[in-house]
Design a protein around this ligand. Structure first.
Ligand code: ATP
Ligand code: MG
Length: 575
């Protein structure tokens, strides 16, 4: 392709609305253009990258025995009502009505549709196992679309769904997908970590995420996930699922008797600990949340933080947020108190379900709110002054240097971008939607399902997050839009142009994806653009051509050599 004909406009500046480097570079280098918030045009260079990723995904999925199909992007509400998700999916689900006022939605994912396909098409255990996948645009009306392609509203996903006769079958299908995913990301030139992750409140189910680790010390880190991992044994998990063994801390207060004392203006744990001159670890924190519209009080040791997904799962919820001040006021009124946040305790709370983190169990002579402003109960003990809630669970966020649950070594934390995930669904959809097959003994059984996603567009952006420098993108070779760019320094120099054309045509003949920068631009502009758009190899034809020499540059590491045009061609063909 000739640059003079290529549809690409590079920009001098980064776009003003971009926070992270992949968003900045993909816009500036002319790969994407925003159409609306979270909705992007994939311009020709971008589309080439996406198609490369797609074809790697297709090859590996096909090799793993999966079959490609394509489901509709618009889906009828009825299916979602059958699965029960019409009511719980929330605002991310873009709902619309057709001309007959029938309710529809834009597909954010396709469990319902694929289950309906299996329900009609798979009758017997003899047809199982089967894995069906598609590559398609998804729409989710994300609450915070941001970071360009990393979190769009419309994005491209590969989604696969497996159907098995039993759990062992699912284990196998799951493992096959895990192995395929490893190969896919490796082939894309992306190092990933497979980490355990939250799989919602459905007991016993398993899921893993594939994370691209991005631990740059930048303010705008694109890694939206915290990944805890053990350097010794390989344990790793998303913070929403990670567990740990705690290091010992002081859990017994200095108080010899229980009494309510003045603690003016101690609205935070920090202020309270300072005021009383005690460690935070002998305070029992009481936080009010709203889970699916219901009030929940979470008790946790003062030095630790609540992990909201874990807390939500205790109540099998779909939605969680911290309570507003007016909601706390309402609870206080109902319970006959008037305290504000910072002074709340579990005792006497009405219309609130209480759960305690494991950390509070061992507290002795501790400090806790007593629902009176500017006062706390000190020297408290479970069973004497306050009842230990019957619901006790692990609802805490792991912290760096907590101990690994498997081997006891200290845990570390890093930021990660989730590029894919695999999920054991079990019978979650098949039971609700009555999707069954006949087993060996002639009995009707629900399918045992798994689902497996890869963010195609997010993977491209993650590759840019991992592979760039101050000059621009450095595409991994396998997913680069073109492998080589040939740049004559001056388009006025006949010899330079002739040699550049020669190299270009030779490479074209050998089916190499090559760009020729034949534009009438200054050398500086052309070389800058070549770096910015991130083509892995550049062959620059300049003044040294009089000695039959060109510059051969590898974009990664900016390594240059001076060799003959034919050697440059041979080098490309050997790679
Ligand atoms: P996240 O936690 O990042 O919102 P998710 O758990 O909602 O992801 P899935 O529903 O499992 O993701 O979708 C499968 C894959 O699709 C994800 O692993 C991710 O790579 C990609 N993906 C999900 N949401 C988006 C989005 N808004 N923009 C781009 N890619 C996305
Ligand atoms: Mg999501």
């Amino acid at each position: 392709m000739r640059m003079s004909k290529l549809f690409v406009q590079t920009l001098r500046e980064f776009p003003s609305d971009a926070e992270v480097i992949s968003h900045k570079l993909l816009v500036r280098a002319g790969y994407i253009r925003k159409l609306a918030n979270g909705i992007y045009n994939y311009l020709p260079l971008m589309w080439r990258v996406l198609k490369k990723i797609e074809s790697i995904v297709r090859e590996e999925m096909d090799n793993a025995g999966a079959q490609e199909l394509l489901m509709p992007f618009v889906q009828p509400a009825e299916l979602w009502q059958e699965s029960g998700r019409w009511d719980v999916y929330g605002k991310e689900l873009m709902r619309l009505k057709d001309r007959h006022s029938r309710e529809m939605c834009l597909g954010p994912t396709h469990e319902e549709v694929i289950t309906s396909i299996a329900r009609e098409g798979i009758r017997s255990y003899k047809q199982l196992p089967i894995n069906l996948y598609q590559i398609q645009s998804k729409f989710r009306d994300e609450i915070r679309p941001r970071f360009g392609l990393l979190r769009g509203r419309e994005f491209i996903m590969k989604d696969a769904y497996s159907f098995d006769i039993d759990e062992e079958g699912l284990d196998k299908s799951y493992q096959i997908m895990a192995d395929a995913y490893k190969r896919i990301f490796e082939r894309c030139g992306l190092e990933t970590k497979m980490v355990q992750s939250d799989s919602g409140a459905i007991g016993g189910s398993v899921s893993h995420e594939f994370m691209v680790l991005v631990n740059e010390e930048s303010e705008n880190n694109a890694g939206e996930n915290d990944v805890f991992y053990c350097t010794k044994c390989g344990y790793s998990a998303n913070s929403n699922h990670a567990v740990s063994v705690l290091n010992p801390v002081i859990t017994e207060g200095k108080y010899t008797k229980s009494e309510i004392i003045d603690t003016p203006n101690t609205h935070s744990i920090d202020e309270l600990a300072n005021f009383l001159n005690i460690p935070e670890s002998i305070i029992c924190k009481c936080l009010i949340y709203v889970v699916d519209g219901k009030y929940v009080a979470a008790l946790i040791r003062g030095d630790r933080t609540v992990e909201e997904t874990k807390l939500m799962n205790v109540f099998a919820g779909n939605d969680i947020r911290i309570a507003r001040n007016d909601e706390i006021e309402e609870i206080m009124q109902l319970s006959g108190y008037s305290a504000i946040a910072g002074f709340i305790g579990p005792k006497g709370l009405k219309n609130v379900e209480i759960v305690a983190d494991e950390t509070v169990k061992d507290l002795k002579n501790f400090v806790i709110g007593c629902n009176v402003n500017d006062k706390h109960l000190v020297g408290a003990n479970w069973g004497v002054d306050v009842e230990l809630p019957s619901k006790i669970a692990d609802i805490r966020l792991v912290e760096e240097n907590d101990k690994c649950i498997d081997c006891g070594s200290p845990l570390k934390v890093t930021k990660g971008i989730e590029v894919g995930n695999i999920f054991k669904l079990g019978t979650k959809y098949s039971k609700k939607m009555n999707a069954t097959f006949t087993d060996k003994n002639g009995q009707e059984k629900p399918f045992i399902m798994g689902c497996y996603g890869i963010g195609i567009s997010r993977t491209a952006a993650a590759a840019v997050e991992r592979h760039h420098d101050e000059y621009g993108i450095i595409w991994p070779i396998a997913i680069a839009p073109y492998k080589v760019i040939v740049v004559p320094v001056s388009d006025q120099d006949e010899t330079q142009m002739k040699v550049a054309e020669y190299i270009y045509n030779k490479l074209l003949d050998s089916k190499v994806e090559v760009l020729l920068d034949d534009r009438s631009e200054r050398a500086g502009v052309k070389l800058k653009d070549a770096d910015l758009i991130g083509i892995p190899y550049r062959i620059t034809v300049g003044k040294t051509i009089k000695d039959n020499l060109v510059e051969f540059k590898t974009r990664a590491g900016n390594i240059t050599e001076t060799i003959s045009p034919d050697d440059a061609i041979a080098k490309i063909l050997s790679i």
